[in-house]
Ligand binder design. Structure first.
Ligand SMILES: Nc1ncnc2c1ncn2[C@@H]1O[C@H](COP(=O)(O)OP(=O)(O)O)[C@@H](O)[C@H]1O
Ligand SMILES: [Mg+2]
Length: 325
């Protein structure tokens, strides 16, 4: 399905963490694609492998204990898993950048924020300090912060403002792909809405693609074009917003929806589905969701379901759908 419109193409990616307590199979044979200019939502409970997938795209998996054991990642035609250290450094920031849940992951506490944004320009565009400072000021204004505040240090900003600074930094070099890993989870609800609105505006202004990682289906409905639902390191269902919301096919996705008290309510945090995700060091042989699935039949725990295509845009990995074929 790869064509020139595909910006990011992940095929059969597997990542594991080799720890003293066993081998954590964090990402298992997972595939996803993002088209140019589109936003893909990656949803699933904590531990599903979302962050590991994102860090793989940047080749930032901590090694040890993390190892990418299989698959391929192609970003804008570049083979990420084969890229040299030098190529990766060039790519980070200019081709792809990432916003983390906690803005302090990306900010240096002892450097004024304006200088931190300016550094991005100096690194990637080889312009002088003065020009870089001017551009940093413009970038701050763009995210709704007066340029004069560039002289302030991160601790002088509120959580929402800090995340705006991080967004400015992430966008400074005009990346083709912006990865946002639960970018608003740490913020309170009103600030969340403002930051999301800003991200949406900037995304269309810069004509970027976006990978929006979240466990909030309200956020997905608001900002995404397509959705991949992840469970125990795999994509179990993929489709457009309409496919996922109106024609939900996987029992796990259905469970995610049921766990939202009211999709229109302001606070649409998930209430957990009964039961736990399987131990990633000891995954069951069959469908990993089977032990929690109210539709499970005996076969479900015997072999992994294959991915089946329900329409051009909608696919699912569930034995029950296979039977309907
Ligand atoms: N550095 C690490 N060392 C060991 N295990 C890890 C490490 N990072 C993540 N994991 C494990 O990998 C699995 C996937 O984690 P993660 O990708 O962070 O999931 P998510 O972002 O969906 O919550 C989890 O079981 C987690 O405990
Ligand atoms: Mg995560």
């Amino acid at each position: 399905m790869n064509n020139h419109n595909t910006l990011l193409d992940i095929q059969n990616l597997s990542v594991e963490f080799r720890t003293d307590d066993g081998v954590v199979k964090a990402v298992n044979d997972m595939s996803l694609q993002i088209e140019r200019g589109k936003t893909l939502g990656l949803v699933g409970e904590t531990g599903a492998g979302k962050t590991t997938t994102a860090l793989s795209i940047l080749r930032l998996i901590p090694d040890p204990p993390g190892v990418i054991t299989g698959g391929s990642i192609t970003l804008d035609g570049e083979d990420i898993l084969a890229a040299s250290k030098h190529q990766l450094e060039k790519m980070r920031g200019s081709l792809v950048s990432m916003i983390f849940q906690d803005p302090m992951t990306s900010l240096n506490p002892v450097l004024p924020v304006g200088e931190q944004i300016a550094e991005v320009y100096i690194l990637h565009e080889r312009i002088n300090k003065q020009e870089a400072a001017k551009k940093a000021g413009e970038m701050l204004e763009l995210v709704g912060i007066p340029a004069s505040r560039g002289r302030d240090y991160p601790h002088q900003f509120s959580g929402g403002m800090k995340q705006r600074v991080v967004i400015a930094m992430a966008l400074a070099c005009n990346p083709k792909l912006l990865i946002a890993d639960e970018p608003t989870t740490a913020l309170d609800v009103t600030i969340q809405a403002q930051v999301l609105k800003l991200m949406k505006e900037l995304k269309s202004k810069y004509d970027m693609s976006m990978l929006m990682i979240t466990h909030d289906l309200g956020i997905v409905a608001e900002v995404c074009d397509e959705v991949s639902v992840m469970y125990a390191g795999r994509v179990v269902e993929h489709g457009t917003l309409e496919d996922i919301y109106e024609h939900t096919a996987h029992p796990y996705t259905e469970g995610l929806f049921h766990s939202i008290p009211n999709i229109d309510a302001r606070a649409h945090r998930l209430i957990p589905i009964p039961g736990l995700m399987p131990d990633p060091t000891d995954l069951p042989p069959g469908c990993p969701f089977a032990p929690r699935c109210s539709y499970a039949v005996e076969e479900c725990s015997k072999a992994l379901p294959t991915r089946i295509q329900l329409s051009d845009t909608h696919s699912v990995s569930c034995i029950l759908r296979q039977k309907e074929e």
